[in-house]
Design a binder for this molecule. Structure first.
Ligand SMILES: [Zn+2]
Length: 241
């Protein structure tokens, strides 16, 4: 494990739910727990019968709890895919955010706690630097499992992280109109950017949740196409490391 991590970790709750990595670390996947209270989430993430885990859990108060060592493969992403990688767990560090999620019985979806984001930023900065993770590979669970997952959701403050160069910012200068000649080329580009497009509408929904969270339709329009176009253009021109 990279050194110098302990000042960012407040508590160790070792989980038995991990195995060996088969790929080098090249991604970070962010999640919400969709559970209340945090002790319930911790119990599940350390229960051998549940067979789920993450490397870190950050409470709403900003406590960083380590569950699985970074050099091990934690079980957070499930069946997932990103940029040609079908075993996202092997390639990623998983961070769970203590949060009630979209579940109505938990009180409904709400913004993430400021203390939690303030704790996430230095932890993520340390991880991104330690493994030289490209900004395009700091993603949400919904980005790598668009058919099954919607976390961390449309209220996650990606732009805050982008200010610290910890993920890509939303492109600002967009081409006028739809830059793709047809729908087929749009979906090919969406796949090239990283998404599993097996279910096209779900893939567009996930893309919108991440890049245009104020309007999620599942149907590509000119603005969505222009955002994707600009993201790929920036990446091809090497502006997005
Ligand atoms: Zn998740």
């Amino acid at each position: 494990m990279a050194g110098g991590t302990d000042e960012l970790v407040h508590e160790e709750r070792p989980s038995p739910n991990f195995d060996a990595r088969s790929l080098p670390i090249s991604m970070v996947v962010l999640h919400y727990t969709e559970m209340k209270p945090v002790e319930a989430a911790l119990a599940r993430l350390t229960d051998p019968k549940a067979k789920v885990s993450a490397h870190y859990l950050i409470t709403e108060e900003g406590r960083v709890i380590r569950l699985v060592p970074e050099d091990k493969r934690a079980w957070h992403a499930g069946a997932s895919y990103w940029r040609g990688i079908p075993d996202v767990n092997s390639a990623s560090i998983g961070i769970e955010l203590d949060h009630p999620g979209h579940a109505r019985e938990n009180g409904g979806y709400r913004p993430f706690a400021e203390a939690q984001i303030a704790a996430l930023i230095p932890l993520l900065a340390r991880i991104v630097r330690a493994y030289d993770i490209p900004r395009a590979n700091v993603v949400g669970h919904s980005d790598v499992a668009p058919m099954r997952k919607i976390d961390p959701g449309e209220l996650f403050p990606w732009e805050r992280l982008a200010e610290y160069r910890l993920c890509l910012p939303r492109p600002q200068c967009l081409a006028a109109g739809n830059p793709f000649p047809n729908e087929g080329s749009f979906y090919l580009a969406l796949e090239r950017f990283g998404y599993d497009i097996t279910d096209q509408n779900k893939a567009v929904e996930a893309f919108e949740r991440r890049w245009r969270p104020e309007r999620i339709t599942g149907v590509p329009d000119g603005e969505v196409a222009a955002i994707l176009w600009q993201l790929l253009l920036d990446r091809d021109q090497g502006r997005t490391r």
